[in-house]
Design a protein around this ligand. Structure first.
Ligand code: PLP
Length: 363
């Protein structure tokens, strides 16, 4: 960001709004003794954490914490760019992709609206509402994919159209040809954001390659999910340099933490990590869904590390009963009150989930 843009923003009095505690964020809790620790399959986190190579690199990163780690940040950007046939100025690092999402809402909505699928990840909607931006929520179609036609019809010239692929909370995919159709038919000036936080778990092709032809496409990825680094906070924004510059205004050329950057770099170098974790996640997810289906419970066709169960009645009491059994599952979306979201944990956690679920429900 130039001094000029920085000064003009301050001159315009554009203070960033403080985004308060979200209703669904993790509550503060007193320390829980290990023996009574609940199964936490509620936030789509990784049961595995950082890979062993990432842990080693993160320990080395501690030694470098006396200095601003711009060099590590440039190395990470160069590595990701090389692996994805991008230029270095088409990749931006941020402190978790949620921050980039919030910045995108600030940068691209202005006086115009935000279009989102429903249900989906709430962060962009909450960022928009905190600034009085109009939000159009468009129901998923009957396959639980984004209803692209309805999203295009929601507003003739929205500021930002948010897609989440695979979608949180359903875990379902929207076909690539539909995303291409949206890009081809959207109004000029509307930015399309494809949130690929969960793409590594799925068979879907990333939309990163589309940024070359589409100057108004922004893709977000994160190290929080498959890479198991949610606690280290690292996201990537990918787009044409001119688009990323509009985001950069809010980030002020920030640099991430050295252990985080080195852990992420080690993860990118490990070519086995994605296929191995993807296969293990799919095995555990599909076995759990099959077990539920056999007992008459319908689930979403998930391609990621979470899925939803149709309880055919209010979901919240079941979430509460499971919590009493020491199994924390995800929240209920108000537009889908009978469905609950379950994240995929490790083998032991999914067994404890089955036991508790069988106990608190009558199939
Ligand atoms: N996007 C989606 C769809 C998510 O589900 C999440 C977190 O759960 C995020 C973005 C934010 O992830 P992070 O800020 O950890 O990169």
């Amino acid at each position: 960001m130039t001094d000029m843009t920085r000064r003009s923003l301050v001159g315009l009095g554009m203070a960033l709004p403080l985004l308060g505690q979200m209703s669904w964020a993790a509550p503060r809790s007193p320390g829980t003794p290990a023996a009574t620790r609940p199964v936490r399959i509620n936030f789509n986190e990784s049961p595995w954490g950082p890979s062993s190579a990432a842990r080693q690199a993160m320990r080395e990163g501690i030694e470098q914490c006396g200095r601003y780690p711009y060099d590590a940040q440039y190395r990470l950007i160069d590595q990701f760019a090389a692996q994805n046939a991008l230029q270095a100025d088409q990749v931006q690092v941020c402190c978790g992709s949620k921050l980039a999402l919030q910045h995108a809402v600030m940068a691209f909505t202005g006086a115009s609206s935000l279009v989102v699928p429903e249900p989906s990840y709430e962060a962009p909607v909450e960022a928009a509402l905190s600034r009085g931006t109009e939000v159009h929520r468009v129901a998923l179609d009957r396959h639980h994919a984004h209803d692209i036609q309805a999203m295009l019809a929601a507003d003739q010239a929205p500021g930002l159209i948010y897609l989440c692929n695979p979608n949180n909370p359903t875990g379902t995919l929207t076909p690539r040809r539909d995303i291409e159709r949206l890009l081809a038919n959207k109004a000029k000036g509307s930015v399309v954001l494809v949130d690929e936080a969960y793409i590594h778990f799925s068979d879907a092709q990333s939309c990163i390659d589309l940024i070359k032809e589409h100057p108004e496409l922004l893709v977000l990825q994160t190290f929080s999910k498959l890479y198991g680094m949610a606690g280290a906070r690292l996201g990537l924004a990918i787009g044409q340099a001119s688009l990323l510059q509009r985001l950069e205004v809010y980030d002020g050329e920030n640099v991430a933490a050295a252990p985080t950057l080195l852990g992420a770099l080690a993860s990118l170098h490990d070519r086995q990590l994605v296929p191995e974790r993807k296969a293990e996640n799919a095995r555990l997810r599909d076995a759990t869904i099959a077990w539920l289906n056999q007992r008459g419970w319908r689930c979403t066709a998930s391609q990621t590390n979470c899925f939803m169960i149709d309880l055919r009645g209010p979901g919240k009491p079941v979430v509460e009963r499971l919590a009493k059994e020491g199994v924390l599952i995800g929240r209920v979306w108000p537009s889908w009150p009978n469905w609950v979201r379950v994240s995929v944990g490790n083998e032991q956690e999914m067994l404890r989930f089955r036991e508790a679920f069988a106990k608190v429900t009558v199939s």
